[in-house]
Design a protein around this ligand. Sequence first.
Ligand code: C2O
Ligand code: CU
Ligand code: CU
Length: 497
Amino acid sequence: MVKVNRRQFIILSTASAVTASVASIALAQNSRNPFKSQALSPKLHKSADGLLELELEASSRPISLGNKQATLLGYNGQVPAPRLEAQAGDIVRIRFTNNLSQPTNLHYHGLHVTPIGNADNAFLDIPPKESLTYEFTLPKNHPSGTFWYHPHRHGYVAEQVFGGLAGLFIVRGELDEIPEIQAAKEELLILQDFALDGNGRIQSPNHMDMMMGREGELLTVNGQIKPTFSIASGGLLRLRFLNASPSRFYRLALENHPFYLIATDGGALAEPVELKELLLAPGERVEVLVRGEREPKQYRLLNLPYNRGGMEMMEDEMNMMGGSSHMMGGKSQVNPQILATLTYQGSVSTLPLPKQLIPVETLPEPKTLRRLELSMEEEMTPGMGMSFTFNGKAFDPNRIDAQVRLNTVEDWELVNVDPDRMDHPFHLHVNPFQVITRNGKPEAYRAWKDTVLVRGGETVRIRVPFRDFLGKTVYHCHILDHEDLGMMGVLNIQAPT
Ligand code: C2O
Ligand code: CU
Ligand code: CU
C-alpha cells in the first residue's frame, strides 16, 4: 500500500489542479489520501419530463473499493450502482443487459408498482447475454422516499448482491419540499460489506456462512472506506442510509450527535423522532437529520456490536467441521467499527428542525389475521443441511402461499420460531405496511415499512393494505442467503369480489 502523508497529499493535489487535464484529474483521484477519502456519489440518472430512461448493464469488472483493487459485480461498472431519481407519476424505462455469467433480473425494492409483466416481477429470468426492457409507471400519489434496486433471481440473490449489485432509487416529492429539509445538506450512505481474497476476488462462502448469511470484513460507505462527510456549524445534515449488505446488520451511532428520524423504508414520519442509535437490518432504509450543534471537531459514525442470534447452530457446525473452516466474520464483533467521519466545515445561522413532516394515515382494523412462522428446519436427508421456511415450507414459485384481495387490509402475525433464535428481517414486495405491535406492545410511532426485523422468539404484527396492483409477488427474509435457501413465499393479489 502506498502511504501518502498529509503534506504530500496537499502538494500532489495542488499540482494536479493547475494542469486541468483528464490525466491530472485521474492523478488527483489516485493520490487521494486513503485515510481521508471523500465520499463520491455514484452517477445520477434523473427523470425529465415524466420519464426516467437509461441503459443498465450488469457485469463482472475490476472496480476499486476504497484503496483496494477488486473484481466485483457492477451495474454500468459501478459499485454502488448508478443512483436513479424519479418523481411520482413518472414512467421508468430501463434497458437492461445481463453480462453476468449467471441468470439475473431486477427488483425495485420498496416501490409501489406493478409486480407483473416487465416491471417489478421477481419471477422473471434473464439468462446471460440477454436483454430486457423494464417499464412501469409510478402512481401519481407515490410517496417520496429512499428505495433501491438489486437482483432478485432466486438462488443467486445473495451472491450477486454480495458482489456489489445494488443502487438507490430515490423518489423526490413532498418530503423534499418541506423548507427545513430543503435547507439541509443531503448525503446518501449506501452500506455494503465485502469479503475479498488476496487477488481482490469475492470470497466464496462456506456452508456455515450461508446458514448465517454471508458477511464481509470490508465495510464500505458508497464504495469508500471510512469516507468523510461535513456539516456546517448551525446547519442540518440529512443522511439517507441504505443497508445494501446481504446479511450484515448495522447498529449506527454518531458520536455526540443524536439522529432525528424523519423517514423509514416507505417514506416520511409525521414528525421527527430523536434517537441515540439506529439498527438497520438488511434491506432497511432510514432518513435522519443531524444538527451541527457540537464543538467543531471530528466525530465518528460507528457501527456498534449487535448479536443477531444463531450462535448455537454456529457452534454445532464448528464442532462438526472440526472447527477448521474460515469464518466470514461478523458473528462475534465486540468493538465498534468506524464507518465514516463527520467533520465541521463553515457555519450558518442555526437552522431549526422541522416540527411537522407528513401525516401517516391510520389504517382500518382488518378482519383477516394471517400467521406466518419464520423458521429453519433440518432437511429430511441427513447431510443436506438446513432449509429456511415460512410455515414449514420452502419457496416454490408454483405454489401460492397467501391469497389476498385487492382493496383489503390484513394483519399479518410474523412469528419467529427459529430454534436457533436467529433474527430474520421480513420483507414484502409492492405494498408497504405498518408495524402495529411487537410482542404485543404497540409501536412507539406510526411509520411505513417494507422490511421489518423479527428477532429470535419475537412476534411482530404488521398491517398491510393491498392497493392498486393485481398479481403474484413475494415476501421473504432479507438475509439474502436465507431467501436463496427457501425462506420466501408467494402472495397473489386477486381482483376484489
Ligand atoms: Cu430487497 Cu425481495 O428484496
Ligand atoms: Cu424488495
Ligand atoms: Cu432469515
